[in-house]
Design a protein around this ligand. Structure first.
Ligand SMILES: [Zn+2]
Length: 146
């Protein structure tokens, strides 16, 4: 009985959900692996995240990805289906830094972001962190995946 309850609780505890939509199977598997890796690296104590990732053919060439926070636990990431495997890894790492920022309350979830130029966009503190972290995370993921 005690053992059974422990098993049930343990299952309830680890419940981060990651869904990947569209894209071919290899890209889906890669996206899922990178996302779980980033959760482990950035938010190891979170267990109720709900993240869906969609490969989209509607992204403009200059936009590789985007992230929307539905709530502080539920996220929708969209990435271009034209990216190479390397860029898929980097883009998901970048968007997962934003997931971390939303989940940890470091960023308002209702669109309070404004900028007029690319430089303004790039220099926002949450973007500076995402651009720095995407490289570190991507490198670590690739080393681990070997
Ligand atoms: Zn960003």
């Amino acid at each position: 009985m005690v053992v059974y309850i422990y098993i049930v609780l343990n299952k309830v505890k680890k419940m981060n959900l990651v869904y990947v939509w569209n894209g071919d199977r290899d890209k889906q598997a890669l996206a899922e692996a990178v996302t779980y890796f980033c959760i482990e690296e950035l938010m190891p104590r979170f267990s109720t995240l709900d993240i869906s990732i969609e490969f989209s053919d509607e992204r403009q060439a200059y936009q590789s990805g985007g992230c929307v926070a539905v709530t502080r636990r539920e996220f929708e990431i969209e990435i271009s289906d034209k990216l190479s495997d390397d860029d898929i890894i980097t883009t998901i790492c970048h968007e997962m830094v934003h997931v971390k920022q939303y989940a940890r309350n470091e960023l308002p979830i209702s669109g309070g972001v404004s900028y007029r130029t690319y430089e303004e966009y790039e220099n926002q503190p949450h973007e500076v962190e995402a651009f720095q972290m995407e490289k570190i995370l991507a490198e670590k993921f690739k080393i681990n995946a070997k």
